[in-house]
Design a protein around this ligand. Structure first.
Ligand SMILES: Nc1ncnc2c1ncn2[C@@H]1O[C@H](COP(=O)(O)OP(=O)(O)O)[C@@H](O)[C@H]1O
Ligand SMILES: [Mg+2]
Length: 245
């Protein structure tokens, strides 16, 4: 008998090597709208390594937010595989998923998504409350995260007492406070004027230099050009994957 017949069939899928923090493999997301099916994502595959700064760029409706929601474990694909930090996400329990969303991923949204009645400090403390961090440590880490985004002097302000750029910096501090493996940002400058948007982008540059992995979704080329790699999405497909720095 030849050795060939003894070899197990080659597996299509393999656990990603160390250092690959995100692997999507033939991901599809289809919305069934009764008469029509909307393929928001079609056969999307890529790897992102630890420490990368990647922009996902494409026009409105191209599937960027759908992809971001899958990467952030906020939604599940119709088909395909997704590994986060070497673990196949479809095999995780609800508890494990909740843990990952809280500890491994820091989300930043276009609309900031802050609690309007809570101070900056309390907004940043929230993920630590959910993860059961003791109060004294929580306060210290929330203060530290706010200092990192240069809001040490605005800790007791509520969102409506802050500018748009400051609100987004609170949201970024909240995303950082659990020291996540990845920061996921969906159009983070979409509600800001261009000067304030620039400041936020400078902050992402600094976070990347400090070793954070950043995946940023945008439809603007100027914003995408701040990243080191641009994955272009068009009609739910990867149209181009380019290294820009
Ligand atoms: N919940 C949903 N139900 C049906 N269609 C959806 C849903 N979410 C998104 N879509 C469709 O999927 C496509 C991609 O949407 P989206 O990911 O939001 O694009 P982008 O963020 O790039 O603007 C669009 O055609 C949109 O209409
Ligand atoms: Mg979107």
């Amino acid at each position: 008998m030849s050795s060939r017949t003894l070899t197990a069939p080659l597996q299509q899928t393999m656990t990603p090597k160390d250092g690959v923090i995100i692997r999507t493999e033939n991901l599809w997301k289809t919305y069934d709208m009764g008469a029509v099916q909307v393929h928001a994502l079609c056969d999307v595959s890529f790897d992102i390594e630890r420490g990368e700064y990647v922009a996902i760029m494409g026009p409105s409706g191209s599937g960027k937010s759908t992809l971001m929601n899958l990467i952030g474990c906020l939604d599940t694909p119709t088909q395909g595989k997704y590994w986060l930090n070497g673990r196949l996400v479809s095999e995780l329990s609800d508890d494990e998923l909740a843990y990952i969303r809280n500890k491994e991923i820091g989300f930043v949204f276009q609309t900031f998504n802050l609690l309007s009645r809570a101070t900056a400090l309390h907004n940043v403390e929230l993920p630590l409350i959910y993860s059961g961090t003791p109060a004294a440590e929580r306060l210290e880490r929330a203060r530290e995260a706010l200092r990192k985004v240069e809001l040490g002097d605005r800790m007791h302000h509520k969102p409506n007492e802050l500018s748009g750029g400051q609100r987004q910096r609170v949201a970024i501090a909240r995303a950082l406070v659990n020291e996540p493996s990845i920061i996921l940002a969906d159009e983070p400058t979409g509600n800001l004027d261009s000067a304030t948007g620039d400041e936020i982008m400078n902050l992402f540059d600094r976070l990347h230099q400090a070793g954070n992995t950043i995946v940023l979704v945008t439809h603007e080329h100027d914003i995408a050009a701040r990243a080191h790699r641009i994955i272009h999405i068009r009609d739910g497909k990867v149209a181009r994957d380019e290294r820009v720095k």
